[in-house]
Design a protein around this ligand. Structure first.
Ligand code: SAM
Ligand code: DTB
Ligand code: SF4
Length: 334
């Protein structure tokens, strides 16, 4: 496989800190087609030019409202439409959330991400969530929330409370999206991201791989993110956690994604978005230390830390400590 000198010169431009946001799909496909070592070398070079290669940012997640979500996202254990055996829980009290954030801080997390299983928040819910944001921020942590679709006035309320990041994923390519979610459109997601951006909140947006999509869908998903007027500051790449009872449970190895393809996706994300934090997100419990090490080499520089994601398992904190020690990685400071 050869890559044109024009493509190489584009990467060189990116590597000297010019973030381009007009990536043609063919250039992204050409990156996926590169020999693995060439792709990883390129991604790692860009990573080193923009970040401390041995620092990984640590975020801890908390589900502040669990289950009974009206949406039909076919990967999600929290949708009311699938019988996943999950107990629904009402919106947590502010005090309990702040206690969890204090514990996360004591364990080394720099960012606390609060997630709610809503299609979109009601204004009365936001009264409580804005209090959570204010109090968690007062602990000296970065704050992130993910609450579903957001109107611009709601984004402004969160900004006024001091929110640092809003997570809203595009999930997959526009072409594949209708296979995965029908209750909100791709454009709805892009509109929410625009509202978050306009309010002056940092954008956290990425997707899920291993849902039966093709390499081209992964290329298109990354193209959509990288070509935003301002690419997201934080890009979570989730590997589908298959949950019993959801429509996507039971995809086999050929329909899902293999380790090499996953690492390549991280590398391409790093090349396309040289200044963003690329987060190795859901799915780490099923990854070996060696696989995670390759992801960090390819440009991942953030993780979710703590033994639970929102409702599913994540590696134990003690095993992440061991992993960091084995790899000589230290937590990034805010
Ligand atoms: N309800 C809000 C929303 O969807 O906008 C926020 C919470 S939602 C659970 C946050 C993200 O988690 C989803 O956008 C999806 O990308 C990711 N996610 C959910 N279930 C997952 C799974 N089984 N495997 C990997 N990622 C998942
Ligand atoms: C993101 O991209 N991944 C996180 C966070 N943003 C909110 C959520 C992963 C959820 C995995 C399934 C669960 O634990 O319920
Ligand atoms: Fe609801 Fe979010 Fe799960 Fe979709 S991903 S079903 S919106 S909680």
């Amino acid at each position: 496989m050869s890559i044109s000198s024009e493509v190489i010169s584009e990467q060189t431009r990116a590597s000297v800190n010019i973030v381009r946001n007009t990536w043609p799909l063919s250039n992204i496909q050409a990156l996926f087609d590169l020999p693995f070592n060439d792709l990883l070398f390129k991604a790692h070079t860009i990573h080193r030019e923009n970040f401390d290669p041995n620092a990984v940012q640590i975020s801890t997640l908390l589900s502040i409202k669990t289950g009974a979500c009206p949406e039909d996202c076919s990967y999600c254990p929290q949708s009311v439409r699938y019988d996943t055996g999950l107990e629904r829980e009402a919106l947590m009290e502010v005090r309990a959330v702040v206690d969890a954030a204090k514990a996360a801080k004591a364990n080394g997390a720099s960012r606390f991400c609060m997630g709610a299983a809503w299609r979109s928040p009601k204004d009365r819910d936001l009264n409580k969530v804005t209090k959570m944001v204010e109090e968690v921020k007062a602990l000296g942590m970065e704050t992130c929330v993910t609450l579903g679709m957001l109107e611009d006035s709601q984004a402004q309320r969160l900004k006024d409370a001091g929110l640092d990041y809003y997570n809203h994923n595009i999930d997959t390519s526009e072409d594949y999206y209708s296979e995965i979610v029908t209750t909100r459109s791709y454009q709805d997601r892009l509109d929410t991201i625009d509202n978050v951006r306009s309010a002056g909140i940092n954008v956290c947006s990425g997707g899920i791989v291993g849902m039966g999509e093709k390499t081209d869908d992964r290329a298109k998903m990354l193209q959509t993110l990288a070509n935003m007027e301002h690419p997201p500051e934080s890009v979570p790449i989730n590997k589908l956690v298959q949950v019993k009872g959801t429509p996507l449970d039971g995809l086999d190895g050929t329909e899902s994604i293999d380790s090499v393809e996953f690492i390549k996706t991280i590398a391409v994300a790093r090349i396309l978005m040289p200044k963003s934090q690329v987060r190795l997100s859901a799915g780490r419990s099923a990854m070996s230390d060696e696989m995670q090490a390759m992801c960090f080499f390819a440009g991942a520089n953030s993780i979710f830390y703590g033994d639970q994601l929102l409702t599913t398992e994540n590696p134990a904190e003690s095993s992440d400590h061991k992993l960091f020690k084995r790899l000589g990685i230290h937590p990034a400071t805010v």
